[in-house]
Each structure stands twice: as structure tokens, then as C-alpha cells.
Ligand binder design. Sequence first.
Ligand code: NAD
Length: 352
Amino acid sequence: MTAPVRSFDHEFAPTRIVFGPGRLAEVGDEVARLGTSRAMVIMSGHAPGGDTVTAALGDRAALTWHEIAQHVPVDIAARATAAARDARVDVIVSLGGGSATGLAKAVALELEVPIVAVPTTYAGSELTPVYGMTGGQRKRTGSDERVRPRVVLYDPELTVGLPAAVTGPSTFNAMAHCFAALWAPAGNPLIAALAADAVRTLWTALPVVAENPTDLDARAGLQYGAFLAGTALGSSGTGLQHRISHALGGRLGLVHADTHSVVLPYVVALNAPAVPDMVSRVRPYLGDDPGRALWELAARIGLPHDLETLGATDEALDGVAADVADTPNPVPATRETIRALLDRAYRGREWQ
Ligand code: NAD
């Protein structure tokens, strides 16, 4: 039995979704559909599908931008925005993971042009109005509907070459969106159903991809799960798990997705006693102890499972705990509670 349905609000996002193997070739049609003709293409130099995007856009490609870095450094955002302004772009096509999408959002925030996002990881940024930029040691985030991509094109063929070191953590990043939605104050029954199905899809597909990274059906499963998870994220927002990941990324420069794979089991274990509806929704796949199940999956497919290995230092975790303390959470996130959680994640041996 799931919890009784209570009153709720829900808004459908105005994003067009195009999903399917081989559909990257339609990116030029999507740009034309928006009535735009001068595209800035943001993609890393070795992004899969770069040639297809260039061919599909033809004369509509006004500028190609390759300088991308995790957590969107403010100086890169400023340079990209200036170049886009000079090239008089009227649309941005981003091809890549959350870092490429994030840079597209930073430029769109200034130029107020639409984004066609082509995600190649499972990060989910393509379905949110949330942007982030990093300067100094802090990550600044904000929310603005002008940066929510107008079109998201998912082509699972782009993900078959995603390295194992990115695939697993990025899938945990997507799962983190689902768990956050399952206990978020802004959650609702529609999003809870979608988030639970996303957990099922991601949980089922990840071990298959870990075994055979080029299995296109399983890759499509992961990307479909990431789409559901991103939808949950775009509707319910983030919570404690993301605040911790952003603090670890902003303060210590840790890789975003890696922090999710290490921290998620601990946050789920912390909250499980307070959110029985979450536990009952994921029980068919993860069993009675979802935190432990996540930790065991991460261990089984060889993901890093402690913050020390990721490069965190014990002393720096005091600052992370201070940044994150008092985030709204089913179990009160006091500074002491978070510091103890980070300590367990730092050592990473909880369920050994
Ligand atoms: P990323 O974009 O940095 O990609 C990770 C690595 O994988 C990079 O080296 C990239 O070049 C490579 N890569 C990407 N796709 C590939 C492919 N198909 N084949 C081979 N290599 C590929 O990392 P990410 O985890 O996708 O995104 C993380 C960033 O996104 C963080 O800055 C995070 O804060 C942000 N994010 C933002 C939101 C939001 O709503 N604003 C949501 C989730 C994540």
C-alpha cells in the first residue's frame, strides 16, 4: 500500500522531448521548428555525435564552442557569452553532459535565447530551470525559466561509449533525483509514481550496462530512466543529497556524479525510517534496506565508495557540514547529523 493521496499542486513543464536511437540527425529540424537560424553549438572536442550535429545544422551553425569545464567556471561562462553575442546567435545547441548543458544555461541566462539540449550522460540538468556557476570556492545556483531547455533530444546511441567511470556515478546521480522526489515537500503522487519507475528502470539497466556497455537496449533504459528522473528533479527540486554534492563540488572540486554514488546510500539510509512511502515504493527492487542495496550495487559494479578516494580531506568536511546544515529534510539535517553522515561516507565501510 502506498500512502493516501493528499492535496497537491503540479505544473507540466513546456519542454518538447524527442527520444530514440538515431534521432540526433533531427537536431536541425528542431532548431528550425523554433524559428531560429543562428545556432551556437556547445560541445566538447571529442563529444560523440559532433559531426552529425554539424551536418544536421548546416548553415544554421553560427558558432561552435569547445571550452567546457565541470561546475561552469564564471570566466568560461563570460567568454562563451561574449562570443555568442558577437556571433548574434539566436539558439544554443548543447551536446554533452551536465557541464555542457550548464554552460548553455549560463549563456542563455544573459542572451535570453532558447536551448536545444542533447544530453549524453544521465545528469538531468536538461529538464530543469536551475543553473549553477562556480567562482572562488563556492557554487552559486539559481532558478530561472529562461534557461529551461525548450527541446531535449535523447539519442541513446550517443551513450554507448560513455566510460564506465562516468556511467555508474551518473546513473546514481539520476537515482538521487528520484529519491529526493520521493520525500520532497513539493512532491506529488504523479511525480512519485514516475520517480519509482525511474528507480526500477535505472536499477535494472545499470548492471546490464556494467556487464555490456554497448547493449543499446540497456543504454536506452538508462537514458529513459534518466529522463524520468530529470522530470522528477525539474518538478520537485533538490534536497539534502544535492546540497551535499554541490558543497563537495564547490569547496573541494570533487566530480559531481562521483559524489552522488558515494553519498546517496547514506542519505537514503538516514531518511528511510522517516519516509515509509519511499521505502514501500522501491522495496520491489531494492528490498527492505534501500541504503544498503544502493551501497552494494555500487560495490558490485566497482564504483568508488568513500569520499577519501574521491579526494576529500577529513578537515574540509566540517565546512561542507556547515554549508549544508538545516537543509529541509525528513530527518532534521543538523550540523552534527550531517558531519556524522559525512564521516561515514568518508570512510565508506558502513555495510562491509
Ligand atoms: P560532465 O558533463 O562533466 O561529463 C562527465 C565526463 O563525461 C566529461 O569528461 C565528458 O566529456 C564525458 N562525456 C559526457 N558524455 C559522454 C559520452 N556520451 N561519451 C564519452 N564521454 C562523455 O558531467 P555530468 O555528470 O554529466 O554533469 C555534471 C554537472 O552537471 C555538474 O556541474 C552538476 O552540478 C551539473 N548538474 C546540474 C543540474 C541542474 O539542474 N542544473 C542537474 C544535474 C547536474
